[in-house]
Design a protein around this ligand. Structure first.
Ligand code: FES
Length: 582
């Protein structure tokens, strides 16, 4: 990863470090800073005269994917100390994906704000970011990019593979598969209960190519991690060594003044988008990448991502698109091997956190299992990773993941069955009286950023029980919500603008004919403009019920899905000055 004995070119002096402005002046406030470090038993020489490295840790007892991050923080500290720095651990919002209601997406921006303000308000020179479960990667990166101190991302790493009755089973993907069989009556309750102990075999992030692995891998492609870091299994001794190396490298980055603004540019972003498509990654990445780019002031659109998806095929043969898990991906060569396979689509001289170019980092990378990491001329699927749709339902765009959808629905026409809320859908979807067949297009509205609020992963609407019992396992579904990256299905998500702000999805009625044509990138309701105008005139604005607190802030400032769902006041790169010293 890195050599601990190489000479680091110092372009920063000790006196120029922000931590020293807290710790060294001969004034009463600085006296108090030093006094309080000594209150914890530290000697002066332990914290004065060396870079102070924050370890932003998203560990908590309710974040099982991060259960090992307390231990990893200790490894990071070892690395920091070894390189001559002083480590300080700062806890941050943990956002355990499956524990948080209504959705972690509601709190991604809160984590980003917390990271930015933790870094701004404390005597630190740079940071190691510890995270990995879905929203933690974008939240950590967004905050760090806005603050623009030297940072390195230490990904939590994927959990170990698991098997059930001899079959490889993966987090999220097989939960969904087995749930459908349970609802259909093909799995007994005792077996269902037994399955609770399967698929999530160890600490670490989901072992499928869900949102977590998509985002950590993209972070690596964009230069925020040490080479190969993201695919190391969380429980592998290599992961501990990687964490220590992150700590050591963070100290070097301070002296080199290697901040995100020095390497996270349009080329690095483009490398991340290309990797996203080759991974067959989660649709959630489309939203997160827009937000991350927005923090750095880099231009990115859904149209650009669609264009890249048409050039870069899916070559990672991982669930839910393919047939393997992240541990297999690691053994096959991990991200360096995948990036090497798509190197013609990358800007290889893009700088990364280890001070080397992406090209140097992946030079010599070898794919050791061609079934897990394919070549670009033998993709996993003919379907691309992302298609961006437009039409009178989604004038600002909507997305679908063709590689995880049924080819028979790439072009489809069927009557709408509309649900006004997730609660309404759940109350009705399995009713034997539901008027539905496999050609019906299920529509869920009020699941968007403001409407839900927080844009939960409601977009993979359940297949009605009466159809599951007939063997149906996929239908066309449309919503302004999101969909889990571990899931699969012909789900159009992120419809923008969302219904709660008057997007045309609010005007669709059950029985309207819906036509989807992925090749043509179109999604239409076969309803005349005149009729839609009449429906709009009769539309009643949804009642706002969030009168206070963070949710009110969120609803008032969140942007739409095609804009990244960041807060409008956090976009851009305007630097906020360092807090004054009183
Ligand atoms: Fe944490 Fe999937 S639930 S990564």
């Amino acid at each position: 990863m890195i050599s601990s004995d190489k000479a680091v070119p110092r372009i920063r002096s000790l006196a120029s470090l922000r931590s020293q402005r807290w710790l060294t002046p001969d004034d009463m406030r600085s006296f108090a800073h030093r006094q309080r470090f000594q209150q914890m038993g530290l000697r002066r020489e332990e914290f004065i005269g060396r870079p102070v490295i924050a370890i932003i840790n998203t560990w908590s007892d309710l974040s099982p994917c991060h259960a090992h991050l307390r231990d990893r923080a200790e490894a990071v500290k070892r690395g920091v100390l070894l390189a001559g720095g002083f480590p300080v651990e700062l806890p941050a919002l943990s956002l355990g994906e499956v524990m948080v209601k209504p959705t972690t997406m509601l709190y991604r921006n809160l984590l980003a704000m917390e990271v930015e303000e933790l870094l701004r308000s404390h005597p630190v020179d740079g940071a190691v970011l510890l995270g990995g479960c879905d929203k933690t990667t974008p939240g950590l990166l967004m905050g760090a990019i806005s603050m623009d101190l030297p940072v390195i991302y230490c990904p939590a790493g994927p959990m170990l593979n698991d098997r059930h009755q001899g079959q490889l089973v993966g987090a999220g993907t097989h939960t969904k598969k087995f749930w459908d069989e349970y609802v259909a009556g093909n799995i007994k309750q005792a077996d269902w209960i037994e399955l609770e102990s399967k698929m999530t075999r160890s600490p670490g992030t989901c072992n499928t190519m869900g949102t977590a692995s998509t985002m950590t891998s993209i972070a690596e492609a964009m230069g925020f991690t040490l080479p190969g870091a993201t695919s190391i299994p969380a429980m592998d001794a290599n992961h501990v060594r990687m964490a220590s190396a992150c700590g050591a490298r963070a100290v070097e980055m301070i002296w080199e003044d290697l901040k995100p603004s020095a390497f996270f540019n349009i080329d690095a972003l483009a490398n991340g988008v290309a990797a996203y498509m080759a991974l067959g990654g989660s649709t959630n990445a489309a939203v997160h990448l827009l937000a991350i780019a927005g923090r750095a002031g880099l231009p990115l659109t859904l149209a650009k991502m669609d264009e890249v998806a048409q050039r870069v095929p899916v070559i990672a043969n991982l669930f839910p698109v393919g047939a393997n898990l992240m541990e297999d991906f690691y053994y096959a060569g991990g991200m360096p091997a995948l990036l090497s396979e798509i190197s013609p689509h990358l800007t290889l001289d893009a700088l990364t956190v280890n001070g080397k170019s992406l090209g140097k980092n992946i030079a010599g990378a070898v794919t050791t299992d061609r079934e897990v990491i394919r070549s670009v001329d033998r993709p996993v699927t003919a379907g691309v990773a992302l298609a961006v749709l437009h039409g009178n339902i989604c004038p600002a765009g909507a997305v679908i993941k063709p590689s995880a959808a049924s080819a028979k629905f790439f072009k489809h026409r069927g009557p709408a069955l509309v649900f006004d809320s997730n609660a309404e859908m759940l109350a009705q979807i399995h009713s034997p009286d539901l008027v539905v067949d496999e050609n019906t297009v299920l529509i869920l509205r009020n699941g968007g950023p403001q409407g839900a609020p927080g844009m939960p992963e409601w977009g993979n609407l359940p297949i009605p029980k009466k159809l599951l019992q007939l063997g149906v396992r996929d239908m066309v579904r449309i919503s302004d919500a999101r969909m889990s990256g571990t899931h699969y299905g012909s789900c159009v998500v992120h419809v923008a603008p969302e219904s709660a702000v008057g997007g045309p999805l609010a005007l669709i009625r059950s029985g309207d004919m819906i036509s989807l044509d992925i090749d043509a990138r179109s999604l239409h309701a076969e309803v005349s403009d005149e009729e839609l105008a009449m429906r709009r005139a009769a539309l009643q604005a949804p009642r706002r019920i969030f009168e206070r607190g963070y949710t009110r802030l969120y609803v008032e400032h969140v942007t739409q899905a095609h804009q990244g769902c960041d807060f409008d006041f956090l976009e851009g790169t305007a630097a906020t000055p360092e807090p004054p010293i009183y």
